[in-house]
Design a protein. Structure first.
Length: 219
């Protein structure tokens, strides 16, 4: 699978040096040490489209899986700036959401997610494995309740082009087994909207995989 992400510079691909993340908005992202208090707004405010992904304000504070995932990405990328760590953690979470859309995290999907994470600049095989282990342990939480948070992180930190590239990456993952299921399509559409992208953005990205849409394969 060819990963189309080019930015931030500390994220995709394995080129460039330095810690300034191109493709990241100028305003500073929260420091990792502040994430428990500042970076998990209450999921009850999330758009109604996420339905069962919403939690009460009391339940939504400081999700354990998100904190562990961000800490693992930080350990895997010790030279990366905070914005890049947050972006990689959010992308990893959204990869899990698409892979687990049909409530099955298959070996092929796990491999495709690993291949995507291996494209991260500075990421080692050990780092990829550590991130995948966190996802495996918390896949239900990461793939459901944390989707709004991960989308919000990218919407607030990343520019529009980077968010489009993330959507392209997610479509590549969904198409990895030559079939994009209805469940995956629904998740992808919800993610598109939550990333601040449009139906036109989604249609343009999806066009390359139209022959793999399950709904069309049945007709």
């Amino acid at each position: 699978m060819t990963v189309g992400i080019e930015r931030p510079r500390h994220v995709f691909p394995r080129t460039g040096v330095g810690c300034v993340a191109a493709g990241v908005k100028e305003e500073s992202a929260p420091q990792i040490s502040q994430m428990r208090d500042d970076h998990f707004p209450r999921l009850a405010r999330v758009n109604d489209m996420f339905g069962f992904w919403q939690k009460s304000a009391r339940e939504a504070q400081a999700p354990e899986a998100a904190v562990e995932l961000a800490a693992t990405v930080r350990s895997a990328l010790p030279q990366a700036d905070d914005e890049s760590v947050l972006v990689v953690a959010a992308i990893a979470g959204l990869l899990a959401a698409v892979a687990y859309a049909d409530r099955e995290f298959s070996p092929l999907e796990r491999q495709r997610a690993r291949e995507a994470l291996q494209q991260v600049n500075g990421m080692t095989p050990e780092g990829v494995e550590a991130i995948c282990q966190v996802i495996q342990r918390h896949v239900l939480e990461i793939a459901t309740t944390e989707v709004p948070h991960n989308c919000r992180t990218l919407r607030e930190i990343a520019d529009r082009e980077l968010r489009r590239q993330v959507l392209s990456l997610l479509l590549q993952l969904a198409a990895a087994d030559d079939r994009i299921t209805a469940a995956e399509t629904n998740v992808l559409r919800q993610i598109t909207t939550s990333l601040g992208l449009t139906q036109t953005d989604y249609n343009e990205m999806q066009a390359a995989y139209r022959d793999r849409l399950e709904v069309l394969m049945r007709s």
